[in-house]
Design a protein around this ligand. Structure first.
Ligand code: BTN
Length: 321
């Protein structure tokens, strides 16, 4: 009996006795008990009450293809060639990179859980089961790496737009594409690329968005989730649909539009504008005042020696202490 089937039954948030679970799933109570132990290991709030049975407190908001598709716009539907909804994967970006490397474009995958979710700069991305959104999209660009300038910042703008549709107003951006709410991280974007840097290449756009993060996750920065910001916000499937409604047309048009059409909105959402900041370039620290981004998406910093521009790569930004 698979753990996923048990989670499906318990997703209604109601109590189910061990006997009932055994009968529904056609296995012994001992087998059920072993699987229930695994649910606890997933950090899900499993309640066990004598005489009543087992319940996942608050239920689970599981991913559902019809629910996602009911939110998708006609535009987004046309641009998606394949939508894979997985239970547990290592990383949706890894799966998407496999599709990217065979030249696909328009492939989308999501999962309930990632065992090795990847963040920027080699960090891990907390990806517990059925709590948040983990999404990767593959898109082909014919103009090589140059055509991608500013894409990761534009994706940040798209995520903020989707959040607004989902009932989260007031998210901001930290260069290049961290989505913040009251200085706490709400979503992150990881772009990976394969193919020819000067010819056709495939980009994987990975988005991780905290929807209802369980307590006790090892996360090394202040974070927040959608449900804490607005308990009446859209559910996971709807938020995923809203994200795709923004991301797919962005990707389809980006080679033509470039970053310039997103720049004003990015500047408007800039959480660090006019703040004293420190840029970390490996071991080197550059101090200055953040003054937005240029037309390529490079970060602009007013320093003692004049205005300097910093592009992606291994640059990281923080408020100066
Ligand atoms: C960041 O560090 O801010 C970027 C986080 C990106 C996480 C997402 S979750 C979906 C996709 N799959 C991954 O392994 N990473 C990205």
């Amino acid at each position: 009996m698979s753990l996923e089937v048990l989670l499906e039954v318990l997703s209604d948030g109601e109590f189910h006795s061990g006997d009932e679970l055994g009968q529904v799933l056609g296995v012994s109570r001992t087998a059920i008990w072993k699987q229930l132990k695994k649910i606890e290991d997933l950090s899900l709030p499993l309640l066990s009450i004598k005489g009543k049975g087992y319940c996942i407190e608050g239920g689970l908001d599981l991913l559902s293809r019809p629910a996602i598709e009911s939110v998708l716009s006609a535009d987004a539907k046309c641009l998606i060639t394949d939508l894979d909804i997985h239970k547990v994967v290592d990383s949706t970006n890894v799966l998407a990179m496999q599709r990217a490397s065979i030249g696909e474009s328009g492939y989308v995958c999501t999962a309930e859980q990632q065992l090795s979710g990847r963040g920027r700069r080699g960090k891990a991305w907390a990806s517990p089961y059925a709590c948040n959104l983990y999404l990767s999209v593959v898109w082909e660009f014919s103009g090589g790496a140059a055509a991608l300038e500013g894409l990761s910042l534009a994706v940040g703008v798209a995520v903020v737009d989707a959040l607004k549709k989902a009932g989260v107003d007031g998210a901001s951006l930290k260069w290049p594409n961290d989505v913040l709410y009251n200085s706490r991280k709400l979503a992150g974007v990881l772009l990976e690329m394969t193919g020819d840097a000067s010819g056709p290449c495939q980009v994987v756009v990975g988005v991780g968005l905290n929807v209802a993060m369980p307590k006790g996750q090892a996360i090394d920065q202040p974070w927040v989730d959608v449900k804490t910001i607005n308990s009446n916000a859209a559910n996971r499937n709807q938020v995923l649909g809203f994200l795709l409604n923004e991301l797919m047309p962005l990707l389809a048009n980006f080679e033509k539009s470039g970053f310039s059409v997103y720049r004003d909105r990015w500047l408007h959402l800039d959480a660090f504008y006019n703040k004293d900041v420190a840029i970390m370039l490996g071991d080197t620290v550059v101090l200055g005042v953040a003054t937005g981004v240029d037309e390529t998406g490079a970060l602009l910093l007013k320093t003692e020696t004049g205005l300097q521009a910093f592009s992606g790569g291994e640059v990281s930004l923080r408020i100066a202490e």
